[in-house]
Design a binder for this molecule. Structure first.
Ligand SMILES: NC(=O)c1ccc[n+]([C@@H]2O[C@H](COP(=O)([O-])OP(=O)(O)OC[C@H]3O[C@@H](n4cnc5c(N)ncnc54)[C@H](O)[C@@H]3O)[C@@H](O)[C@H]2O)c1
Length: 343
């Protein structure tokens, strides 16, 4: 087991425990003063052997993004109130990114904020969603539009939980993992799963310590997300086959590599390297020929980094990627054409 510390500037430091059966540590880590634990989870998520020195109440939410809604959050808050959870009590989110975003959000607003912990059960959750303090729910107009920064008091990345994760969801996590390869954690596909998760957690913790509110460097964690989110949205709307978040990120990294190449930020070698790294994770990085820049543009312009102009995180030959603004639609078009020609 590997334990790492996250030190957010605005909150108490907390530990992330990575390894098989690390979730059992929760039984020894209930904070002082907790008399009730409100567990938020989903029916299909493997059960954790909880033996907590507190009254434990379970609430199961539906699967998928639909659970990240104001109505589901409101329902959970009412349950917490009816159970008379107090300021000293605890929310325990057991699940992937959907459950940790939702559980963290209700913990952050109930009685103006109570403690929460997460047992993260998906690869994507373990390397990304459970760390960094972003919690939230969706609105019909977009993902994660309502939320808060609220840090857990402990995170358990139990790798045994990943045994029951279906292959597509596991690969979704790998799609998110690829971005860390370009942010300073190379060779992740060559090491043990526990080690690669821990390295991602450690890198994300560094970003959070330096830029908790995403005013600067933390935005680099969105590498591959601008074009990726647009594809994900097209999938939700039914314009292309539905894709997972991690699948979208991997495809988005491929697009970003071509855009960086076109803009002269990386050379041929840099472009080839992107393909080499993506291939090590055996991900499907195909982008349907039917996708046009006109279709993805509205999502790219609404991206949270955009501030009204077309903005991408792009690689450069020397140093880490950086945020690039005022990209033209012609460049996007040319990058997409180049991507389809590349072999
Ligand atoms: N807060 C953040 O910083 C952050 C970062 C990245 C992503 N996210 C959010 O995370 C969410 C995606 O998270 P996700 O990819 O974990 O998806 P998810 O939480 O929807 O889980 C994927 C599926 O796997 C199932 N599942 C979870 N654990 C399982 C297990 N151990 N065995 C079998 N099935 C299991 C779930 O029930 C679900 O059906 C999105 O809403 C995204 O916005 C948040």
């Amino acid at each position: 087991m590997i334990s790492l510390r996250v030190e957010p500037p605005s909150a108490l430091p907390y530990d992330v425990h990575v390894g098989r059966d690390s979730s059992l540590l929760v039984n020894q880590s209930v904070p002082e003063g907790v008399s009730k634990v409100f567990v938020v989870s989903q029916e299909n998520i493997p059960r954790v052997d909880l033996s907590l020195d507190a009254d434990v109440f379970f609430s199961y939410v539906e699967n998928g993004e639909a659970a990240k809604s104001l109505s589901v959050a409101g329902n959970l808050l009412e349950q917490m109130s009816k159970l008379s959870l107090g300021r000293n009590d605890l929310v325990l989110a057991i699940g992937g990114g959907v459950v940790s975003d939702l559980g963290g959000f209700v913990a952050s607003v109930y009685l103006r904020g109570i403690r929460y912990q997460t047992i993260s059960t998906t690869l994507l959750g373990q390397i990304d969603a459970s760390i960094g303090g972003k919690t939230g729910v969706n609105l019909p107009t977009g993902k994660n539009l309502v939320g808060s920064f609220w840090h857990p008091s402990s995170v358990y990345c139990d790798t045994a939980m990943l045994d029951s994760l279906d292959e597509r969801e596991f690969k979704s996590g790998l799609g998110e993992m690829v971005k860390y390869e370009f942010l300073g954690a190379s060779g992740l596909s060559l090491t043990s799963l526990e080690d690669s998760i821990a390295r991602c957690v450690s890198l994300k913790a560094d970003f959070v310590k330096e830029d908790e509110r995403e005013g600067g460097r933390r935005a680099l964690l969105n590498y591959g997300h601008t074009f990726g989110h647009a594809l994900e949205s097209l999938g939700i709307l039914g314009a292309i086959d539905r894709i997972t978040h991690g699948e979208a990120v991997a495809k988005g990294i491929r697009f970003a590599a071509h855009l960086a190449h076109l803009l002269g930020r990386i050379d041929d070698r840099g472009l080839d390297e992107h393909y080499e790294v993506l291939s090590k994770f055996s991900l499907d990085i195909s982008i349907p020929m039917s996708v046009t820049i006109d279709e993805v543009l509205p999502f790219i312009v609404r991206d949270k980094k955009s501030r009204g102009s077309i903005t991408f995180v792009l690689a450069q030959s020397h140093g880490e990627p950086s945020v690039v603004r005022d990209i033209s639609t012609n460049d996007l078009e040319a990058a997409l054409q180049a991507l389809h020609r590349y072999s």
